[in-house]
Structure formats: C-alpha cells, structure tokens
Design a protein around this ligand. Structure first.
Ligand SMILES: C[S@@+](CC[C@H](N)C(=O)[O-])C[C@H]1O[C@@H](n2cnc3c(N)ncnc32)[C@H](O)[C@@H]1O
Length: 202
C-alpha cells in the first residue's frame, strides 16, 4: 500500500474516533484524557487538595484533567518528551527512573496522595516486546509509588496484557491493600492496554 494511502486511512480512522473528536471539542491535548476522567469517576481519587505526580505526562491530557479537579494540591508532571506549559503545573523533562529525577520528586512534595503513570515505551513493531517494555516501566513506577505515597495513597498505571502481567499483578497485591484491573471504554478495544488501580500501601 502506498505511504499516502496509509496516512489518509489513519487520518480518516482518527476522524471517526469519537474520543479523538471529543478531545478536540473540549480542548484536551490527548484522547487519553477521557480515560482518566472515566477512571476518576469510578475510583474517585482526584480531590481539591490532592498532591499528584503524573508520570509520562506529555502532551498533557491527564495533567489537564487533574488540574480541573485539583485547586489546592500540587501537581508535578514528568516526561522524557517536552510538554507545553499548563498553568499551576510544574514539569520536569527527564526519565523518572533516574536517581536525580527521583530526588527532585521527593524534594517537591511533603506528602503524595496519587501517583499516575500513563507511560509507554516507543513501539518497536513487536507487540510482545512493547508490552514487556511498558510493563517494566509500570513495575519501576510501582517501586517509586510505594516509597513516596502516604499510607492511603493511590497508584494508577497503564500496562499492556502480556507475559509480564502476572509479575505486575503479583507485585501489586504484595505492595497494596486494594488492587483492581480496569479497561476504560475510551481505551481502544483492539489494544491490549489496561490500567491497574492500587490503593493503600502495605
Ligand atoms: C501515552 S503517552 C502519555 C499521554 C498522557 N497521559 C496524556 O494524556 O497526554 C506516554 C508517555 O510516556 C513517556 N515516557 C516513556 N518512558 C518514560 C520515562 N522513562 N520517564 C518519563 N516519561 C516516559 C513518553 O515520552 C510519552 O510521552
């Protein structure tokens, strides 16, 4: 198939995607914004005074949603990609797993209520490898979350169903009191993406 035809098909598919259209109407930077809206409706973890860390924040859809709910709490967004400024949200460009960035996170908050991770690695074309790599990010984010969250804190992370899922599930159940796997309706049906919601550090 010609390259032009592929990109035209891709564009047409996007234009038919109701969440893509809604993200344009509501001014969200990503269609992912609707995943966080839906998960917050279900689990109710964003409050006016929540202190929140948004890992893998760029282009900023989740941060925009968090900002709408949080007025008194602090929001820190982190991504290896740049992110355009959102008022009252601080952003650090870098890899969250580096010691230097983790020290900055710890200095920024006196107490953290919610750690979000929508992080995903660049796709390689090999779905098993992609799901494994993104699963590793989820495991590393979980390590950070259990270190920095207060006792009743929430960790919510993207992962892709695949070989690493059992390890993530087992670790989550060892580290948190409540663990729920959830696929928002705005997550594409053909995608292996799901989210793991964890509450209460053990
Ligand atoms: C699906 S996008 C996030 C979309 C975002 N939640 C939104 O609503 O706009 C995944 C992001 O994870 C970021 N990412 C991947 N590995 C990372 C890492 N080690 N540290 C920080 N960010 C990372 C990527 O750069 C990418 O921007």
């Amino acid at each position: 198939m010609k390259k032009n035809k592929i990109s035209k098909d891709w564009l047409n598919k996007k234009k038919r995607d109701p969440f893509f259209i809604k993200s344009k109407i509501y001014g969200y930077r990503s269609r992912s914004a609707f995943k966080l809206i839906e998960m917050n409706k279900k689990f109710k973890f964003l409050r006016n005074n929540t202190n929140l860390l948004d890992l893998g924040s760029s282009p900023g859809g989740w941060s925009q949603v968090a900002k709408k709910e949080i007025n008194k709490g602090k929001i820190l967004a982190i991504d290896i990609q740049p992110m355009d400024k959102i008022n009252n949200i601080d952003f650090i460009k870098g890899d969250f797993s580096e010691n230097e960035i983790q020290e900055k996170i710890k200095k920024y908050f006196s107490k953290i209520d919610v750690v979000l991770s929508d992080m995903a690695t660049n796709t390689t074309g090999n779905k098993n490898l992609d799901s494994y790599n993104t699963g590793e990010l989820c495991l590393k984010a979980m390590d950070l979350a259990r270190n920095i969250l207060h006792n009743d804190g929430v960790f919510l992370s993207k992962l892709f169903m695949g070989s690493i899922f059992a390890e993530i599930n087992e670790k989550a159940n060892k580290c948190f009191k409540k663990v729920v796997k959830y696929k928002p309706s705005s997550s594409k049906k053909e995608s292996k993406e799901i989210y793991i919601y964890c509450k209460g550090v053990l």
